[in-house]
Design a binder for this molecule. Structure first.
Ligand SMILES: Nc1ncnc2c1ncn2[C@@H]1O[C@H](COP(=O)(O)OP(=O)(O)O)[C@@H](O)[C@H]1O
Ligand SMILES: [Mg+2]
Length: 598
C-alpha cells in the first residue's frame, strides 16, 4: 500500500505495452492482404510498425522500472522493519535463537520476496494485459477459431495449482536449510580460533557440506517442479496451433477467411506463447515468495518485547532505594527456579555486593533490574513502585551497566565510549576514559581515540576491552549502576587503578556489584550472599565474618574471592599481587617457593 503510487503509474505503461503488442499482430493482416500484393499504404504501415515498436519499448521500460522501484522500496522497508522488530525482542527470544538464523530471515527470505515482487508481479500484470490484447484480436478476427484454440486453457489450471503447492512446500524447506547454513557459517566464523585450536576444520567442513548437500537436493526439487511448467504450456500451445490450422484451412478454402487474416490470427496466437509461458510460472514464483513471506511474518508476529503496562509511569529520580520482595525467577516454565524467595533492600546511594559461587544466580539477579527478564514471582520495587509499572524507557535510562561478557562494536574507540550519547564531546569521552584508566593505552594507539577496534573489539586485549566498557558505562552517568564482574579481566595493577576510579564513581550511586575481589566486597554497604538461588546472608563484611557457621566466611576462606590489590583491606597480602584469600595466599606462596617456580 505505501508504494501503490508507483504500481499505479506502471499501469498505463503496461497498457501501452499490451496495445502495441496487439497492434503489431494486427498489422500482419494489412501487410499480407494489401502491402504485399498491391503495394497500398506502404509508408503508413512502415511508420506504424516503427511507432508500435517504439511504444512497446517505452511501455516495457517504464513498467519494468516502476515495478522494480516499488519492489525495492517494499523490500527496503520490510527489511528495516524486521531488523527493528527483532532488535526489540526480549533476552529470552535471543536466547532461544541462533544469530545466523535470524540473519538469514533478514537476507535470504527478504531477497526471495523481492525477486518475486519485482519480476513476477511486474510480469503478471504486464503479460496479463498483453494476453487480453491478443485474445481480443483473436476474437475480433474470428470468434470460432478463437474458441477452438482456447479450449485447452482450462486443462492447465489444475496442474498449475498442484505444482504451485509443491513449489511452496519445497521452497519453505529450502529457506529453512539456507537458514541452517547461515547459522553454521556464523558459528564457525565467530568461533574460528577454537575451531583452529581444536583442529576441527574438517569436522566443521563436513557439517557444512552435509547442510549444503541437503540444500542442493531441495533446490533441485524446486527446479524440477518449476521446469515442468514451460513444456506443459508448449504442448498445449502446439495443440492450439494444430487445431487452428485444421479449422482455419477449411475456412480459407470456403473463402470465409483471407490468408492475411489467418496469418495475423496465427501470429497473435504465437505471440501469446511468451506471456503464457511467463504466466505459467507466476503462480509457482508467487508460491516461492509466499513461503519466504510466511517466515518473515512469523517473525514479525512474534511478540516477546518487554512491553509497558497500561498507564506505566515515568520513573521518578531515585529516592529511597530498591527492594527485592520475595523474588522468584525461572528461565522456562518447566525449569527449576534459578532464584527463590529473594528479599533484600538496597538504600539509595548504597553499594550492594552480590557474592556467591559460579552458577549461584548472581547475573540472573542483576539482569532482573533492567528487566531483561521479568520476575516470575514476587516483585522488584524502586521507591516502592513495581518495576513493571514504570516505562521501560525511563527504567533503562537510569541504569548503567557493565555486563559479564564485554560487548563492543566495530567502530572507533571514541564511538564505542560514546554509545550512550553519540553527541558526547571529545572532552567528556576523554574524561571517562581517564577515569576508567583507558586513556593511557588509547593514546598509545596509532589513531588514538579514532582507532577502529574491530568486530567485538578483537584488536584489543581483554583488559583493554573491559576498561572501555567501564568508560562507556561512566559516560552514561546514570544513578543506578550494575557491574557484573566488571574487572575480572584486568591484571592486578590496572585493577587497582580501575578500582580506585570505581570507588569514586560509586560514591553517589546505587550500585549492584558482582565481584570476586575482596577489595570491592569489603567496602560494600551490604553484601548479599547467594547460594543455590537463595539469599543466605545479608550484611557487612565484618558482620558476616563474625557470624557463626557463615556461608560468607566459608566462601572467604575457600579462596572464592581474590584478594586483589586492596592494601588496606587485606594487609596480610601487602605488596603481593597474587590472587587468593589471605590465608590461602600465604599457603600458596609457601607452596610455590617449595616447588621452585616463583
Ligand atoms: N539463559 C538461560 N537459560 C536457562 N538457564 C540459565 C540461563 N542463564 C543462566 N541460567 C542458569 O541459571 C543459573 C544461574 O546462572 P547465573 O545467574 O549466570 O550465575 P552466576 O552469574 O552466579 O554465575 C545457572 O544454573 C545457569 O545454568
Ligand atoms: Mg555471572
Amino acid at each position: 500500500m505505501p508504494h501503490r503510487a508507483r504500481v499505479l503509474a506502471a499501469l498505463p505503461a503496461m497498457v501501452l505495452y499490451a496495445l502495441a503488442s496487439g497492434g503489431l499482430a494486427y498489422l500482419i493482416q494489412p501487410i499480407l492482404d494489401e502491402v504485399l500484393p498491391q503495394g497500398d499504404r506502404v509508408g503508413l504501415i512502415c511508420g506504424a510498425i516503427v511507432g508500435l515498436f517504439l511504444a512497446k519499448g517505452v511501455g516495457s521500460y517504464f513498467s519494468v522500472y516502476l515495478m522494480a522501484d516499488a519492489s525495492q522500496r517494499l523490500v527496503r522497508d520490510l527489511r528495516t522493519e524486521l531488523f527493528a522488530h527483532i532488535l526489540g525482542q526480549s533476552t529470552a527470544f535471543f536466547g532461544g535463537r541462533a544469530t545466523g538464523r535470524l540473519l538469514s530471515r533478514l537476507t535470504n527470505d527478504v531477497s526471495r520476496v523481492q525477486q518475486v515482487v519485482s519480476e513476477t508481479c511486474g510480469d503478471l500484470l504486464r503479460e496479463s494485459f498483453a494476453l487480453i490484447a491478443f485474445a481480443a484480436l483473436l476474437l475480433y478476427r474470428d470468434v470460432g477459431l478463437a474458441l477452438v484454440c482456447m479450449t485447452g486453457a482450462p486443462l492447465v489450471v489444475y496442474p498449475l495449482v498442484r505444482l504451485g503447492q509443491r513449489v511452496r512446500r519445497t521452497t519453505r524447506r529450502s529457506q529453512e536449510q539456507l537458514e541452517h547454513l547461515s547459522h553454521l557459517t556464523v558459528e564457525a566464523f565467530t568461533g574460528h580460533r577454537i575451531v583452529q585450536a581444536f583442529q576441527a576444520e574438517a569436522f566443521e567442513r563436513r557439517k557444512f557440506h552435509r547442510a549444503s548437500e541437503r540444500l542442493y537436493r531441495t533446490n533441485m526439487k524446486v527446479t524440477s517442479t518449476m521446469s515442468v511448467l514451460p513444456p506443459l504450456m508448449e504442448v498445449l500451445g502446439g495443440l492450439g496451433i494444430a487445431g487452428v490450422l485444421w479449422y482455419g484451412s477449411r475456412q480459407i478454402a470456403a473463402a470465409d477467411l483471407s490468408a492475411g487474416e489467418f496469418v495475423s490470427f496465427l501470429m497473435a496466437l504465437l505471440l501469446m506463447y511468451g506471456p503464457v509461458k511467463k504466466l505459467s510460472r507466476v503462480n509457482a514464483n508467487i508460491q516461492q515468495a509466499l513461503a519466504a513471506a510466511e517466515r518473515i511474518f512469523e517473525t514479525l508476529d512474534t511478540h516477546t518485547e518487554t512491553a509497558d503496562r497500561q498507564g506505566a509511569r515515568v520513573l521518578a529520580p531515585l529516592g529511597t532505594g530498591i527492594e527485592f520482595r520475595d523474588v522468584t525467577f525461572q528461565y522456562h516454565d518447566d525449569a527449576e527456579p534459578v532464584l527463590r524467595g529473594i528479599s533484600f533492600t538496597v538504600q539509595a546511594g548504597q553499594v550492594a555486593a552480590v557474592v556467591g559461587l559460579s552458577g549461584a544466580g548472581k547475573t540472573t539477579l542483576v539482569n532482573l533490574v533492567p528487566r531483561f527478564h521479568d520476575v516470575t514471582g514476587g516483585a522488584i520495587l524502586i521507591d516502592g513502585v513495581d518495576l513493571r509499572d514504570v516505562t521501560l524507557r525511563s527504567l533503562r535510562g537510569t541504569i548503567g551497566m557493565v555486563t559479564q561478557d564485554t560487548i563492543l562494536f566495530d567502530a572507533s574507540i571514541a564511538d564505542n565510549i560514546a554509545y550512550a550519547d553519540q553527541a558526547a564531546s571529545r572532552e567528556s569521552i576523554e574524561a571517562v576514559a581517564r577515569a576508567a584508566h583507558a586513556h593511557e593505552f588509547i593514546v598509545e594507539l596509532p589513531q588514538g581515540y579514532d582507532t577502529p577496534i574491530g568486530e567485538r573489539g578483537q584488536r584489543l586485549s581483554g583488559g583493554q576491552r573491559q576498561r572501555l566498557t567501564i568508560a562507556r558505562a561512566l559516560l552514561k552517568n546514570s544513578p543506578i549502576l550494575i557491574l557484573d564482574e566488571a574487572t575480572s579481566a584486568l591484571d592486578a595493577e590496572s585493577e587497582l587503578l580501575v578500582q580506585d576510579a570505581l570507588r569514586k564513581l560509586l560514591l553517589n550511586r546505587t550500585a549492584f556489584v558482582i565481584a570476586h575481589r575482596l577489595s570491592t566486597i569489603h567496602r560494600a554497604d551490604a553484601i548479599i550472599v547467594l547460594d543455590g538461588g537463595r539469599v543466605v546472608e545479608v550484611g557487612r563484611h565484618a558482620e558476616l565474618l563474625a557470624r557463626p557457621d557463615s556461608t560468607y566466611a566459608r566462601l572467604y576462606a575457600s579462596q572464592a574471592f581474590e584478594s586483589g590489590t586492596d592494601r588496606e583491606a587485606t594487609p596480610e597480602v601487602e605488596g603481593d599481587d597474587l590472587p587468593g584469600a589471605p590465608i590461602a595466599a600465604a599457603k600458596s606462596r609457601a607452596g610455590r617457593a617449595a616447588s621452585g617456580t616463583s
